[in-house]
Each structure stands twice: as structure tokens, then as C-alpha cells.
Design a protein around this ligand. Structure first.
Ligand code: ATP
Ligand code: MG
Length: 223
């Protein structure tokens, strides 16, 4: 039987992260996805910090508002606030089960950088993730796909040969793609501000304006 990609099924792409703050590394990743999969909808899904780990900077509400500021004018992008609305920090597997219930048999893609993927085996019930979603790993400077260990074996086992076929799979495949490497991280942005340097051109001006208005990360308003 020949495979046919049913166009009435949507492609849901999720980028989870702490987004403290959101920056051009995250945002370019979403655009690379839309360039590759024009019918996709991409959700940015901010996660709660574990209770024992202090929040580095912005409150959950402020992280949501910064994301909403950037996605507002792009209809294919949205912010999924569910994890920050819960009382307790939630495991990705639990969130993905919930999303799977909502979308039926549509294609689901969970996006992550190589640094996050390399530690996938630390995630709660990580082996179940692949039964719920596809995983698309994007190259990030200073980190690579693991070459041995559990996560490397996992990658080998579920790797998709042709990334263009990803929309045909509801779940169960792992892919890798490169984008122009942007060596930007939220940590670097917070450190730059901490040292009195401007974070300009690492993230949208609208986010810097928001950070100024809300006195976030100790930003000097002259920046
Ligand atoms: P922090 O330094 O606080 O950890 P971060 O820049 O890593 O922040 P996160 O919110 O932790 O941002 O990242 C969310 C997801 O986006 C992760 O899967 C991460 O690997 C990916 N990501 C973040 N920045 C980049 C980038 N510049 N290139 C590729 N992937 C990225
Ligand atoms: Mg990170």
C-alpha cells in the first residue's frame, strides 16, 4: 500500500523551554520549521522551573507576556500556557499525553536543541515520549547529537531517513536538522546584562523594551 500524506491532518510543532527570556535562537528555530513545513502551527510552551531551583529572572506571567509580545503578529505561532497554569511543575510526558488527546491522530513534533536532547534520558518516563510525539532535534552550537549511550541508541532506533516524510507520522520518529547556528542563550543574555552590557540584537527590541519597563534581569534602562 502506498503511503499518502493526508492534507486534512495538521502538523503541530511544540517548542518547550523556560524562555527566560525568549531570544532569536528560539525564534529563528520556529521560522526554520515554518519554512520546511508551511502548513504547521508552532506553539511555544513555557515550562515551570522545578520548585527547588530558584527562577533566574522573570516570573511565569512575565515569561508568558514576553512570548505573547513576539508571536502576536504571526498567526502560525502561538503560546501554550498550560504548564504555567498548573499548581505543580509538570512532566513533559504528562503534557504531551494531554495534547495527544486533544489532537487525535495529527502529526505532533516536539522540537529541541541538541543540548536538551543529549539529556533526554533524565526526563521522567522519557521512553514514552516517542509513543506520543515525533522529536525533531536542531543543531545548537557547543553541543552535538550524542554518539554513545542510551540517547544515542534511542536516536538510532527511531531515526527517520527523510525528514520531509515527518508529517506522515503522528509520532514515533526522531529527526535532526541544522539551522544557521546562533550561539545565543538566555543565560548569556542574563550574564551580559549582569555585567552591564546591552543585550541588543540578541533578542527582539520589543522584548528589551518590556524588560526595561518591568525592571527585569537588572537591565539598565539606558540599554
Ligand atoms: P537557558 O540558557 O536559560 O537554558 P536557553 O537559551 O537554553 O536558556 P531554553 O528556554 O532553555 O533557552 O531553550 C528551549 C529550547 O530551545 C531547548 O530545547 C534549547 O535546546 C533550544 N534552543 C535555545 N536556544 C537555541 C539556539 N540558539 N539554537 C538552537 N536551539 C536552541
Ligand atoms: Mg536551556
Amino acid at each position: 500500500m502506498s503511503k499518502s500524506f493526508s492534507t486534512d491532518k495538521s502538523i503541530h510543532i511544540i517548542l518547550g523551554g523556560t524562555f527566560d527570556p525568549v531570544h532569536f535562537g528560539h525564534l529563528r528555530m520556529t521560522q526554520e520549521m515554518l519554512n520546511r513545513f508551511p502548513a504547521a502551527k508552532v506553539s511555544l510552551m513555557p515550562a515551570a522551573y522545578p520548585p527547588h531551583r530558584p527562577q533566574p529572572g522573570a516570573s511565569p506571567q512575565q515569561r508568558i507576556e514576553m512570548l505573547q509580545l513576539v508571536v502576536g503578529k504571526y498567526p502560525q505561532l502561538s503560546v501554550d500556557t498550560r504548564e504555567l497554569e498548573r499548581e505543580e511543575p509538570s512532566y513533559s510526558v504528562v503534557t504531551l499525553r494531554e495534547i495527544r488527546e486533544e489532537i487525535g491522530e495529527d502529526c505532533l513534533v516536539f522540537l529541541m536543541g541538541t543540548d536538551a536532547f543529549a539529556k533526554l534520558n533524565e526526563w521522567y518516563e522519557w521512553q514514552e515520549l516517542i509513543t506520543l510525539t515525533n522529536i525533531l532535534v536542531v543543531g545548537r552550537p557547543s553541543s552535538q547529537l550524542p554518539s554513545d549511550g542510551e540517547v544515542a541508541e534511542f536516536y538510532e532506533r527511531y531515526a527517520i531517513a527523510d525528514l520531509d516524510e515527518l508529517p506522515e507520522h503522528r509520532s514515533g520518529k526522531v529527526g535532526f536538522c541544522q539551522m544557521p547556528q546562533l550561539d545565543i542563550s538566555s543565560t548569556y543574555i542574563r550574564e551580559q546584562i549582569n555585567q552591564g552590557f546591552s543585550p541588543r540584537f540578541l533578542l527582539p527590541d520589543a522584548i528589551i523594551d518590556y524588560m526595561n519597563q518591568h525592571g527585569l534581569y537588572g537591565l539598565n534602562p539606558n540599554n
